[in-house]
Design a protein around this ligand. Sequence first.
Ligand SMILES: Cc1cc2nc3c(=O)[nH]c(=O)nc-3n(C[C@H](O)[C@H](O)[C@H](O)COP(=O)(O)OP(=O)(O)OC[C@H]3O[C@@H](n4cnc5c(N)ncnc54)[C@H](O)[C@@H]3O)c2cc1C
Ligand code: FES
Length: 259
Amino acid sequence: MIANLKYRIIKKVVHNSGVVELGFDAPEIADYGLPGQFVNIQVSEKLPHPFLRRPISIHDITVNGEVCFLIKKVGTGTKMICDSEIGDELSLIGPSGKPFTMPNANCTPVLIAGGIGIAPIYFLLNRLLNEGFEPLLFYGAGTSSEILKKKELISSCKVYFATDDGSFAKQGMVSELLPQHIFENSGEFCFYACGPQPMFKSLAPFMKSHNFPCEISAEENMACGIGACYGCSLKTKDGYKRVCKDGPIFELSDIFEEQ
Ligand SMILES: Cc1cc2nc3c(=O)[nH]c(=O)nc-3n(C[C@H](O)[C@H](O)[C@H](O)COP(=O)(O)OP(=O)(O)OC[C@H]3O[C@@H](n4cnc5c(N)ncnc54)[C@H](O)[C@@H]3O)c2cc1C
Ligand code: FES
C-alpha cells in the first residue's frame, strides 16, 4: 500500500555537516515500509519553490510508528525540507520502490555505507539485527565529524570505518577495507551498499572477482516518482530501468561493469 497524506513532524535532530533527521507520525508508512524503500517528500505547496518532490530513503521505523529520514542539505529542496520544524506537516508519498532482499539464514550480511548512504543502511542493519543476523558494517565518510551515529553503530555490530582525510580510522575509500577485512570472517556473504557512484564503481571488481551478490540503492533525479514518466531511467545490462519503480535496489553487476 502506498500512502499519499500529510504527516506531522514529531522529531528533529540536527547532525553535523548539514544533515538533519526528521521523524514523522506516519502510521500508514510505518506499517508497510521496508529497508531500501523511499518516500517522496513534498518540498513546498507554494510556487515558484521546487515543484517536484524529493525522494528520501526510509532511515528508521520505530516501534511507536515514527518514520525517520536522514537528509543531507545539497540544494534548495533538501534545504527547505530540513528547515521544517516539529509540528509542521509535509505531504509524503510512500513507501515506494523495491526493498532490499533479506538474506538466507546461513548468510552473513555485509553492509557498506558511504556518506549519507548510511540512511537506508541503518534501517536495514536494525531489521537484520532484529531477525537474529550478525551483520558486518563498512562505513566511510569524508571526515571524522561526518560519521553519523558512531557510538550506536559500534555498540550494535562489528563496524569497519574509513575517512577520506584519515581523521578517524583508516584513510581512504571504504571499499578498500573489504579485501583486507572480509576474510577475517568466515562463511557465506551477501552484500548491501548505498553511497556515491565512485564507491559503487570501486566495489564492482571485488564483487565480480569473488562472485559475491551485492545489492545497491541507486539514485537518479525523479519527476513523478511512481513509474509513469521514465524520468529516472537508469541504464542496466537488461536495458533502461526506472529507479523509482524497478529500483531503487538493483544488483551492482547489472549496473556497474568491472572497469
Ligand atoms: C531513491 C533515493 C533515495 C534517496 N535517499 C536519500 C536520503 O535518505 N537522504 C538524502 O539526504 N538524500 C537522499 N537521496 C538524494 C536526494 O533525493 C537528493 O539529494 C535531492 O533530491 C536533491 O534535491 P535538492 O533540491 O536539495 O538539490 P538539487 O537542487 O536537485 O541539486 C542541488 C545540487 O546537489 C546535487 N545533488 C543532487 N542530488 C544529489 C545527491 N544525491 N548527492 C549529492 N549531490 C546531489 C545536484 O547535482 C546539484 O548540484 C535519495 C535519492 C534517491 C533517488
Ligand atoms: S520518476 Fe517518473 S518513472 Fe521514475
